[in-house]
Structures are given as C-alpha cells and as structure tokens.
Design a protein around this ligand. Sequence first.
Ligand SMILES: Nc1nc2c(c(=O)[nH]1)N[C@H]1C(S)=C(S)[C@@H](COP(=O)(O)OP(=O)(O)OC[C@H]3O[C@@H](n4cnc5c(=O)[nH]c(N)nc54)[C@H](O)[C@@H]3O)O[C@H]1N2
Ligand SMILES: Nc1nc2c(c(=O)[nH]1)N[C@H]1C(S)=C(S)[C@@H](COP(=O)(O)OP(=O)(O)OC[C@H]3O[C@@H](n4cnc5c(=O)[nH]c(N)nc54)[C@H](O)[C@@H]3O)O[C@H]1N2
Ligand SMILES: [Mo]
Length: 896
Amino acid sequence: MTVQLERGKMVGVAGDRQHPANEGRLCVKGSALHETLGERGRLKHPRVDGELVSWTAALDAVASRLETTRSEFGAGSVAAYLSGQLLTEDYYVANKLFKGFLGTPHVDTNSRLCMASAVAAYKRAFGADAVPCCYEDLECAELVVLVGSNLAWNHPVLYQRLKAAKQRNPLMRIVVIDPRVTDTCEMADLYLGIAPGSDARLFNALLSWMAITGQVDSRYLERHTSGFAEALAAAQADDVSLESVAAECGVDPERLETFYYWFASQLHVVTLYSQGINQSSSGTDKCQAIINCHLAGGKLGLPGAGPFSITGQPNAMGGREVGGLANQLAAHMDYHTPGAIDRVTRFWRTEALTPTLPDGPGLKAVELFDAIERGEIRAVWIMATNPVVSLPDAARIKRILARCPLVIVSDCMANAEVLDVADIVMPATGWAEKDGTVTNSERCISRQRGLLPPLGEARHDWAIMTAVAARLGYAEAFTYAHPSEIFDEHARLSGFENAGDGFRPFDISGLAGLTREAYDALAPTQWPVTAHAPNGTSRLFEDGRFATPDGRARLLPVRPSVPQQSLSARYPLRLNTGRVRDQWHTMTRTGRATRLMTHRAEPFVEIHPLDAETFGIVDRQLVELEGAGGCFRGRARVVTSQRPGELFAPMHWNAAFSGDAKVNTLVAPITDPISGQPESKHGAVSLKPLKTAWEATLIVADDVSFSPDLDCVYWAKIGLEHAQRWQLGGAPREADRDWLSWANANLPVGVSQWSRDDARGRLRASGFDGGRLCWWLMVGPPEALPALDWLDACFAREREATLAPFIRRRVLAGCESGAADVGAIVCSCHQVGRNAIVEAIRGGDHSVEALGARLACGTQCGSCQPELKALLEEQLTELTEPDARTQREENRHASL
Ligand SMILES: Nc1nc2c(c(=O)[nH]1)N[C@H]1C(S)=C(S)[C@@H](COP(=O)(O)OP(=O)(O)OC[C@H]3O[C@@H](n4cnc5c(=O)[nH]c(N)nc54)[C@H](O)[C@@H]3O)O[C@H]1N2
Ligand SMILES: Nc1nc2c(c(=O)[nH]1)N[C@H]1C(S)=C(S)[C@@H](COP(=O)(O)OP(=O)(O)OC[C@H]3O[C@@H](n4cnc5c(=O)[nH]c(N)nc54)[C@H](O)[C@@H]3O)O[C@H]1N2
Ligand SMILES: [Mo]
C-alpha cells in the first residue's frame, strides 16, 4: 500500500502498483484503513488494575507479576497467546522470550483457529509447512477449485486477479465447493453445494475415480511419493459409486461427475482451500484428501498446479515461520525434530538458564484456555487477538479469563472486548506506525514501513517485550534497537545448521546481514532465499524432492468423518459461521468506519425460506439462536443461498457492538485431534423469533454516552460519521412505553420536537442542545428509516449555525426534502446505494461496466461486482417478465 500524508496525517491510501501481490488493487477494508486507525477509538495509555499508569509502572508490573507467577508455580504456569496480526519481528521476540527465556512451551496463537489444519497437513505430507504454490499459479491454471473459500469477499484482490485471468483465458474453469451460494459463485462454471463437513468423502472418491479411470500419474507416484496404495484402499473402503457419494455429499451426481472429469483430465489444477476445510474436527484429514488427489495426478510443483491453502491474516504465515504455534519450537523446527532443542539452545545461548528450553510441545489454544480454567496456567499475555470473541464457547472463555490471576493484554484499539478482563493493558502501535515485515500466502515477505509516529503513548509490540525482557534480566539477549536487527537474527536462525536430509525449506539466510538501509529498501521476496536462490523462489518442490527424511511426499489414508457437534431435537439446525465482505473479525477497527458498516449494519442470521416457514420467521424480523453455550440475537435474512436445515451467522459482532450477537457462544470447543483447530463451521442450534413489543432507532451525537436499558431484548450499535446509531428492540412487557417521558428522563437533553403517526404506531422526536442536534429517535421498524447520511451530517458540530428552525423540521423527518433515499449500500468504496443502481438499470445501464461508468460502483475493489450482477439479473428479469422473479430465485441454486 502507499499512503498519502498531509502535515503528518494520513489522508488517503492506495494500492502499491509495484507490489507483485496486488498490483495496485485494494479491498474496501484496505482502502478504509486510514479511517480505521486514526485517533478515534485508539487505546492510548497503559493501565494496571484499571488505573492509568506510566509505562515504567506498567512494564514493572508485567515483569514482576510474571516473575512471581513463574517462581511460585513454575515456568509452565505462564503462557502467551499471540496472533497472525503481529509483525514477524514482534512474533520472533515473543517466541524467543516465552519459549527461550521464560521457559514455557505454552505459546500459541489465533492461527490455531485459522491455519492449524493446513499447517499440520502440509507437514505430514511434505515434511514441512511449505505452501508449494504462488499466486501466479491461479492465473496459469486451467482449472481452479475453490473449496470452503469465499474468495470474492475474503480475498477480493486475489479474486479480481483470478477473474481477470479467466477473462484472458476463456478455457479456464472454476469450481466452487461450499454449502452456501456465495458471491464467489458469480464466476463459477460449476457449483457443488456440498453438505457441511462432507469434503473428505468427496475428495476420497475423486482419488478412487482417478485410479479407476486410469488418470493417476504412476511415474510421479513411483518416483516422488509413498503411500498411494494405502490412501486408495482407504478411499475405496466406502462405496465410491457416484450415486452414493453424491447422496452423502448432498450434490447432484452429474455435476459431481463433471467435476471429477475436469479434475482428473487436467494437469494444471489449483485447489484453493480455506476455512470451510480447516475449521473442522477433521480438518487435517480434509486437507490431506485434497493433497492426495494432487499427488496422485502429479499436479504439483509446476506452473498452475498444486494444493494451495490460503491464509487470512496479514501475517499468519510470518507466525508460522518463527514457530509461533505451541507444537513448534522455532524457525520451522518442532521439539521432536532431531537436534532441534540443542540447536536452538545454542543459537539463543540459553544453556546457562534455568529453566532451559521446554522439552516438548505446549498446549494448543483451546487446551491452553482449559488449563487456565483449571488454574494450571496462572498468567497469560494476549497480544493482537480478541479470544473472548473468536474462540469457541466464547462466553466461557470470558469467564475463565475473568478468574485468571494475571491477564496482560496489548492491543491498539480501546473497544477490544478482551480488555474487559485484562489486569494490565498496554497500548500497541498500529499499521502505518509499525515497522517490520509480513509474509503472505505465497511465502512472499514484504516490508511494512512505519510512516507515522506512535499515537498517544503507544509502543511497538517488540519494544514492549524487549523492555520486559530487560526487567527480567535478559537484556543481553534482547538488545534490539530496530526491527532490522530482529529480522537479521530471524534470518540467521532459519539457515542455522540447515542442510542435507530433512532440510528445512524455510530458509531465508540469504536475507541475513542486511544493513538497515537494505532492510528498509527490501523488495517483496518469496522464501526460500538462500545462496542458491538469492532472489527467492516462487514455486516449491519443482524437482519432486520433499522435506521428508526420504525426500518423498506422503499420501495418507483418510477416513471421512462427520461434524462432531451433533444435531438433536433441541438443536436441530446446522450453524455455519464466517465473514462478511466489509468487516474484519471482531470489528475493533472496521466496526468504526461508517462506510464499512453500511453493507451489513446489524448482526444477522441467514435462513432458507423453508426453514423460515417451519420456524415462523419472516425476512428482517429479529430472531434468536440458541446453542449449548448461549444465545445469539440478530435480524433474519431469508435467502435461497442457504441449504435448508442450515443457517449462517457472521463471526464479527460482540459485546462492543450488540447485546447478544457473539456467534462463538454457540460453537462448542471441539477440535481436530491432530491440529487442535476448532470446528467453527459446524455448530448445532435452535431458531425462534425474538418477541419484541417495539423497535426503535436512536441516533445520538458522538459525544453523548448512551447505553441501552434493561428492557431492551436487542440492541446493536452502528457507527455513523458524526454520531452513533442504536438499533433497539423492547421486551413484550414494555409494549406501551411512553417514549416522550422516556426520552426526557434518559437522554442528555429533553424532547425539542416530536410527531406521531398513531395509525402506524410510529413516533419521531429529536432533542437540541441550543442550536446543536443532540439526539434523534424513531420508534418503528428500521425499514421505515430514511437514508441516514443527511441526518448524520446534521450531527456535525460545524452545522450548528445552519440548524435554523426550518431545517429542524426536516430533521424530524430525517431527510432534507427531496433528498433521495440511496437504499442499502452496495458499493462501499464509492458509497453507491441500491436505489441509485436500480434507477440506472431502469434507465438503460444493462451491464456491470455501464453501471460503473455511470455511478463508479464496482470500479475500485470490485468486491461488489457479484452483487451488481445479481441486481442486474433481478431487475432485468423484472423488467421483462415480472412473475419470473420467484422462479429465478428458486432456480438460483440449480442454475449455477
Ligand atoms: N472481509 C473479510 N475478509 C477476510 C477476513 C475478515 O474477517 N473479513 N478474515 C481473513 C481471515 S483471518 C481468514 S482466515 C480468511 C477466511 O476466508 P474464508 O475461508 O473464505 O472465510 P469464511 O467466511 O470463514 O469461510 C469460507 C466458506 O466456507 C464455507 N463452508 C462452511 N462449511 C463448509 C464445509 O463443510 N465445506 C466446504 N467446502 N465449505 C464450507 C462457508 O460457507 C464459507 O463461505 O478471510 C480473510 N479475509
Ligand atoms: N465462529 C468462528 N470463529 C472464528 C472464525 C470463524 O470463521 N468462525 N475464524 C477464526 C479465524 S480464521 C481467525 S484468524 C480469528 C480472528 O480472531 P481475532 O484474532 O480474535 O480477531 P481480531 O478482531 O482480528 O483481533 C485482533 C486484535 O488485535 C488488535 N490489533 C491489531 N493490530 C495490532 C497490533 O499490531 N498489535 C497489537 N498488540 N494489537 C493489534 C485489534 O485491535 C484486535 O483487538 O477468529 C477465529 N474465530
Ligand atoms: Mo484466519
């Protein structure tokens, strides 16, 4: 990315045209970065036990409390929980400090919830956690299979690259395998709406199909692999007839056959997989089932081919490189890697320490929190992750942390829910302030340069840890004055005694010894970077030699299994969870950017029309999901993109944004036995309408603090540019709340004006503080809301003077007379609403390009193009044959 600075302030960002990964493109969250990391909402000062303190006091408290815990309860009573959103340099220092010097093995990361199954599978199959492919492979493949990946929303830049490649090569085919019809299906030639969790069965049967139809690459298998016969036998232990597989996977047999035929007959196949595969109680095996098919066909180690696990967080890969997972030691060495403990001890010079390096793996995320619950781990430092939202059984995680004797949190945002349970809080620098490196899915190391001074008292994560290390007496081993020194050490460790059999592909010794200037100027480089490959390596295993002791890749037998969270009479529906286009995880940053809140403003549940009917639910009403760990309240979206019997709810909302909308309270802490990754995609829940007596929208000026009262059964907070919008739902006993008295009693200024429409039970009121709009209230369902941008602008202080009496009357209506309602925002980058798009279509703009030319929608990040296409389809059918609409929706599943 490139940043535009004006008088030391970030005023705009753009894609870096020179960067090989994005070639100048940005997604909408990227292009809103300058809005999400400004001063508003940042964590600025350290706190100990709720009191603001100096940095010296905070660091002293961290060091002394960690030391006390360790000396009293042993090294294993201390833990670190890290994140793929740290820079590699931060990660390296954390790993070294906790494993090397504090001597605890319990260092795990949120990558456990994300990449752990993919990592475990690569290690089993290739002998190393090494992604064989590069992004270019997507462009030169003839067949791209997207499994459990909603690329259009979650990797929009890569999606646009793939789309452009498909336009250049009309023979390229794309297959999407996902239980939901997502926006990614827009460019699919074939869609398999698979039954949740049945992927291993599908790929096992593909392996068998390849064998039966004589489309395995025997030469490749013989020379470069082992285990084919066993893998095939396991696959064929189940009935592999197309009918049987199709029935179990819930797909059409003919389409399944088409997929098998395409895959088997094509050499240049990339299978790109993500959380629909990883977040499973058998995720490692699912990845293996995919890898087996690639190895059997020799579809690997050549351009346009390979099993490609795509990462999500900016630096998930960097964390894997330093060895930030609990089962790893450092730099792609595990504890059981022969000689590794001794090697790392010598490199870090920890021989003389007590305790020395741990002698075996530590606890993986879910287990780690169980150990906190049992009181075995008594101190945990949480960095750049929000586990009270993102871990399964999240309500319990929050209770566990609240009781843990020492919780240290470093974060950069003040609204991170984990701060609620922290004893010591430290403000970290954010993007554009931080300086270091990150690695992406294709092993490409990029510099992220610090451009702005730290905000408030924020400090770099590595610097915070270095200061703590010094207080613990380890100053000599943590002398870093600049991230380039950390990177140098990391690069040297990667190449340290790394040669011969069982070599470690992660070797960036070619980047060791960079001067600070050279580090600053470092161009994006794909590892390995060694004396043999000084400019990096785009593709791995081209010579068919793998990182296993015998140099062969392993096919392994896979026994498919179903989701472990089982459905029951009480919890009859399968809950799928995941992401929405414009939000990032727990919303600490994206939840504050107005334009990112417009695409999906409230927590929601997607429900198939048949289920909606069964459970008595209509579109847009409030509903409640219940699972073993708690409940979730949100707005229903009745959609045909869901399979009947399955629901989808976003992972994003939490206590900072809504009353009961944390989806992980519904997900059980069941994990894959090999990778330890939770089964986040397959919850079991019940569904019912949420009974409310009223719904209301309250908008309060930014500086007015408001919290919903106890009579709200539902609330969601939605940031506007100059105000906060609260969407509220009231308990049945509150049916005849006297709103005007309520407003007078509960809002900072009383009612200035109001209007009532008794026939429809609607009321509008607003309060002015002198000339300034202070609050605005509308009682009635949110469908009746006007477009809010005009009203939002009225809350801006600058408008004080213009809020003359005649404008005040318009404020009550919520819109300047004649101001068009833009409708739901479709294009977030250019803030183009549905109504404008519909109007343009009706006016004759009949393609995505024509709409882009007129309204600019879809021309920046492109991630709304699938929605534009769907709107075009909808409007054009409506224009030609009004009755066709329902039919079209019903056909949507089938026609893809
Ligand atoms: N907008 C946005 N983008 C992001 C993120 C974000 O928070 N917001 N987060 C980033 C991160 S950290 C990650 S890890 C990536 C994740 O990127 P993705 O993996 O694409 O994201 P998800 O939405 O979690 O899940 C992907 C799909 O898996 C499908 N799925 C569920 N169960 C199954 C199943 O049994 N089989 C199959 N085949 N599919 C299934 C879901 O329906 C969903 O469409 O996104 C990254 N990009
Ligand atoms: N049900 C369900 N649960 C899921 C998933 C799912 O699909 N379904 N997906 C899982 C996946 S793939 C992931 S990756 C996780 C993500 O889950 P989390 O990691 O918990 O989510 P984030 O909101 O990204 O949390 C990052 C935190 O770090 C802070 N931060 C950002 N940058 C920095 C920095 O440089 N330094 C410091 N110290 N702090 C920083 C942010 O303000 C934020 O509070 O969620 C997982 N949980
Ligand atoms: Mo992730």
